[in-house]
Write a new protein. Sequence first.
Length: 416
Amino acid sequence: MFVVVGVTGGIAAYKTVHLVRRLIAEGHDVHVVPTEDALRFVGLPTWEAISRNTVTTSVHEDVATVRHVSLGQRADLVIVAPATANTLAKMAAGLADDLLGTTLLATAAPVVVAPAMHTQMWWHAATQANMRVLRERGVHVVGPADGPLTGGDTGPGRMSEPDEIADAALALVRGEAPARVPVPAPDPARDGDLAGLRVVVTAGGTREPLDPVRFLGNRSSGRQGVALALAAADRGAEVTLIAAHIEGEVIAAARGRVTLATVGTAAQLQDAVTDAASIADVVVMAAAVADYRPAETAGTKLTKEVTGGRLVLELVENPDIVAGLAADRRPGQTIVAFAAETTSDDEMLARARRKRARKDVDLLVVNEVGWERGFETADNEVMIIDRSGEVTAQASGSKRLVADAVWDAVVVARPL
């Protein structure tokens, strides 16, 4: 298959090298058409070496073959990755001031774009209008993904992974529906709707030490909690994020945007969140807190020589932090709890209702977790239960999308 891969001037251009390699490995004839700006990120020799074809950027090169038209005419598939805001705007306007622009106008092949830009640029009304125009013309869109961005921010705007782009594009040519990353439309009503509120969010997973080397813990990455903190900050709140063992890449986006405190054990988390909650308007307990801790912590490493080949642990229950917060809540304070379950939908909902009542929280966010669900993933699926026990909202998609759904429910639940 004759495939044209357009590369535009974004840092994500380095990922497109892997996309081209994947297409070459599957036997396709790949012709890379970079913009001049794209070559500032990945050089022309790299594209020629990877694609095994001549690479040019200008309509004034290889004129004898009418390359500025022939590439588009010969193409069975055109992929633009990364597709910057500038490129999407030019595509929507039909501009053709370089080889990529003329190729896009000259082709009748399916066109797939993988947007990549800063979150605010993605949400800008001009970009969203351009995307509507392109979709109406039949352009297929993969992404953008929701995650860490260049510069330390996080949110929608990250280019989808090369394999995801390739899978979607090749499925399109085969007549199958391409995979797309759902991204919600921005809601102007959310702008500043949390302004003036002091918010506390906990995130990550606590660890209870067995000895100086080992601990009891869980698989929480902290992504959902960090997404909640950043969403609240974007909507105008003053945010304190209490983080338990979150990887640097995940927490990097929050630095400088929220007040950050780090803890290790459930007891440390209890002390930190109790202190922060004393002046908070909303507390969201998204951290995965260990239910139990060792009755005793060994001062030295527990070795096989010491244990004799068998180790028996005595565990004691940790305090119920969120129940304590709810019992001592300030007037007008909103408490939100999270519950991770591994049961079926009906049983999960029943358990969630019992848990909400037992802990006396205003909202309980419940999600199914498992080996490949909930923890250590980019997406989540939740139900939000209010004081009446009713499911007041459901959300499925990126953890930022879920975070905004939780804050929407908080806005509704808070007393007037």
